[in-house]
Ligand binder design. Structure first.
Ligand code: ATP
Length: 339
């Protein structure tokens, strides 16, 4: 197994709302190895962004509660125990996150050049007077994301660029510093499919060239198929299935994964998919059993009352559904958590 770079153990995150606590992330386990590319897939609102914002510690901590026993380890260091200085270092030098909306990520009142120079200045790689060195690094980064005329781009404001260019600039900025982990939160959402495809290929190439790790967050299994080594399927705050990408497409086991796969459009026809009937349950009053029970074609009385464990349906293929209980519990890691 790869050496773990990020290791999320038993993480629970609750938002404080006026109706009570919303249990949005519910005891999840997930890891990414050094140089590994993983996908975190699930429909809108299932808690993917919350999980990753927790990793970056960018959620407003007055508005959340983190479950007891939750652990977030990055290179063995406990993210939840980091002070403000260590967190700043984590965000400036170790992990970067590309958000869904490049317009929200870029500051509209500064040029691209000013924003890139700021990133370089605080990265600790250059002397703060070495303007030429930083400019060259910024030009090189723009070049690596295949945008011509870097000097014009450096002098442009975000609104003077197209959506695809802005998203590439976000990727270029995240690559300015030698960070080990890149978290890409649906980087193609705001773009048309042709540009989306280019952005995904670009991300894969850059991550592979620099041997970085990647977490690709998306609601579409089709998007991650060509991009990642392993996939975690998330539903309503739970990881319901986790295995290698090829295995997931060959042998999807959880009824939710099967439903998600049926939603991937096929060029060979077959009409419009029926989708998955129903919607995600309330996080304020989540079901006490399986959170997918009201949408599941295999639901039994037990599913409504009892939470399924995580079972090892095949080698390195974990699934959280009573249908696979006879396959035995998932591997214990020695720290009491399953993987
Ligand atoms: N600050 C907040 N306060 C209360 N609830 C929140 C807050 N932020 C997010 N949520 C809720 O948490 C749930 C999960 O949201 P999250 O953004 O993590 O989902 P997601 O899987 O990333 O969705 P998408 O794919 O649409 O980005 C949603 O029901 C959302 O309404």
């Amino acid at each position: 197994m790869d050496e773990k770079l990020l290791d999320i153990q038993d993480l629970s995150v609750w938002y404080k709302t006026y109706r009570g606590f919303a249990e949005v992330v519910d005891h999840i386990n997930l890891y990414v190895g050094k140089g590994e590319k993983i996908g975190l897939v699930g429909e809108s609102g299932c808690g993917k962004t919350t999980t990753m914002k927790m990793v970056m510690r960018t959620l407003d901590e007055r508005g959340i509660k983190v479950g007891e026993g939750s652990k977030l380890l990055f290179g063995g260091e406990d993210i939840l125990a980091m002070d403000a200085k260590a967190l700043l270092d984590l965000r400036r030098r170790k992990i970067s996150m590309i958000s869904q909306s490049p317009m929200a990520a870029l500051n509209p009142v500064f040029t691209i050049g000013q924003q890139m120079m700021d990133v370089l200045k605080y990265s600790g790689q250059f002397d703060k007077h070495d303007k030429k060195g930083m400019l060259d690094a910024a030009r090189k980064a723009i070049d690596s994301v295949m945008i011509p005329d870097p000097d014009r781009i450096l002098n442009s404001y975000p609104h003077q660029l197209s959506g695809g260019m802005r998203q590439r600039i976000c990727i270029a900025t995240s690559l300015l510093t030698p960070r080990q982990l890149l978290i890409a939160d649906e980087p193609g959402t705001a773009l048309d499919v042709t540009v989306q495809g280019q952005i995904h290929k670009l991300l894969r190439r850059l991550v592979e060239e620099e041997k970085r790790s990647l977490i690709m967050i998306t609601h579409s299994l089709g998007v991650v198929r060509e991009l990642v080594d392993r996939i975690y399927v998330m539903y309503a705050g739970n990881i319901v299935e986790n295995c290698d990408t090829a295995e997931l497409f060959k042998n999807p086991l959880h009824p939710y994964t099967q439903g998600l796969l049926a939603c991937v459009p096929r060029l060979t026809g077959g009409g419009i998919s029926a989708g998955i009937y129903g919607y995600i349950p309330s996080y304020v009053n989540p079901p006490k059993g399986c959170r997918f029970f009201n949408r599941c074609p295999h639901c039994t009385e037990r599913c409504k009352q009892e939470k399924p464990g995580t079972y090892m349906a095949a080698e390195n293929h974990a699934v959280s559904c009573f249908l696979y209980e006879d396959k035995g519990p998932a591997k214990e890691r020695g720290d009491g958590h399953v993987e």
